[in-house]
Design a protein around this ligand. Structure first.
Ligand code: HEM
Length: 397
């Protein structure tokens, strides 16, 4: 694939791309014995994702996915979802994020210290993740891994419990809130320790892989569009100089915001979402029987020239200058990197602040260009990832 081509929909989902062109924006597909309605029309996507009556629940996880995520916020339904979502909403809103930015900066700092050795040389933006360690199809092996992860998390919980008892520290992060909820005297509000473990797994997976994908693709885009890298750096220096970023001034980074949006549009980390039909329902002009699976494709919508214009496959952050609605031809729901409706990503603000902090700190310290060794091969392994990593050449400022 041409290393500057962003036309990735036919590459990531060649079958959907072909069949949408053949059969129209929504079509029925048989996935083995499972009927699956592929949906790429924004109005229908909105109707599905906005539904609050439980007509289109999430699909029950099975196999490796179930072992990885358990029954956490992203997959659970009903009262348990309401309880967990309330807890997470409380922690991941603007004010509470403030207390997390120091940790974000210090881990970026650690990463960038190791980059110093690579001045003038090639470095690979590593996106370690789940896909690196899911190598086993062996059920016993994956059972062992599942237990291992569980014990690691229980150990973290034990240490946190100890800290709370010994130091009487406040518990205003998500793990703290979960632990408080696990001791709630009200049966309706209480969650089990297994629930706490599943939440830890969910947040690690949902938060890490996705943000790593966003950062990897944004660095790739800036390494191939130097004029935007320069504009972004100018903005960073104007807002922060060489000082560390902070959460409040981050909202003043208009250029970086446009760049991140355009990166999420072209390379949405989550290219498809699944739901199922619980009971017979009318969707648009169709009547769907129960148990139909719904396969919703943000990547198709993000690459639709009817919405974004003839330049849909070009990296043009300026399209977001007047906001999302204007960029999307007055169809704001056509931009759904974080999903839509009540199940919208709960970590949206966290992810954006984290990605922007990392970008600011990189731009303050380095200029970078794409290495001749980079091979452009976007693939979907859970998320949309660069198959062979992103190699850049660093130039310390
Ligand atoms: C660029 C980064 C991210 C992207 C693109 C992303 C994308 C998404 C999408 C598309 C959904 C909706 C899934 C669906 O409707 O089926 C979602 C849900 C979710 N995300 Fe994210 N996410 C990101 C970062 C994060 C972070 C940092 C966290 C945690 C700190 C997180 C936690 C979750 C959780 C728990 C849900 C399920 C919410 C619910 O069902 O109520 N995500 N995310």
């Amino acid at each position: 694939m041409d290393r500057c081509s962003h036309e990735i929909f036919p590459r990531i989902m060649p079958h959907v791309h072909t069949w949408v062109n053949l059969f129209g924006p929504n079509y029925l597909n048989w996935y083995g014995h499972q009927a699956q309605l592929v949906v790429t029309e924004v109005e229908l996507i909105k109707e599905i994702m906005n539904n609050k009556d439980g007509v289109y629940p999430k699909i029950k996880l099975e196999g490796h996915a179930k072992k990885l995520l358990g029954d956490g916020l992203s997959s659970t339904e009903g009262d348990k979802w309401t309880k967990l979502r309330k807890l997470a909403n409380g922690v991941f809103h603007g004010e509470s994020l403030k207390s997390m930015t120091a940790a974000m900066m210090s881990s970026t700092e650690t990463m960038l210290k190791s980059w110093k050795e690579y001045d003038g040389k090639e470095i690979e933006i590593r996106l370690p993740g789940i896909s690196d360690w899911i190598k086993s199809d062996d059920d016993m092996e994956s059972e062992k891994l599942e237990q291992g992860i569980k014990y690691c998390i229980l150990e973290i919980i034990r240490k946190r419990d100890e800290e709370i008892t010994n130091l009487n520290t406040s518990m205003n992060d998500y793990l703290g809130e979960l632990l408080v909820a696990s001791q709630d005297e009200d049966d309706l509000k209480r969650i089990s320790i297994d629930d706490v473990v599943d939440e830890c797994k969910t947040f690690y997976f949902a938060g890490h892989e996705t943000t790593a994908s966003l950062l990897g693709w944004t660095v790739y885009l800036l390494a191939t569009h130097h004029e935007w890298q320069e504009r972004a750096r100018e903005e960073v220096l104007e807002v922060f100089g060489n000082a560390n970023p902070n959460q409040y001034s981050i909202t003043r980074l208009n250029t970086i915001n446009m760049i991140v949006n355009e990166s999420l549009r072209l390379y949405p980390p989550v290219p498809a979402l699944k739901r199922k039909v619980e009971t017979k329902v009318r969707l648009g002009k169709m009547t769907l029987p129960p148990n139909t699976e719904l396969y919703i494709c943000p990547i198709a919508v993000h690459h639709d020239p009817k919405i974004w214009g003839a330049d849909v496959h070009l990296f043009k952050p300026e399209r977001f200058e007047g906001g999302i609605a204007k960029a999307a031809n007055n169809t704001p729901a056509a931009f759904l990197p974080f999903g839509f409706g009540p199940r919208t990503c709960v970590g949206l603000n966290f992810a954006l602040v984290e990605a922007k902090i990392a970008l600011v700190m990189i731009l303050q310290r380095f200029k970078f260009k794409l290495s001749p060794n980079y091979v452009h091969s976007p693939v979907q392994v859970f998320m949309v990832r660069p198959q062979h990593g992103v190699q850049i050449i660093l130039d310390a400022i």
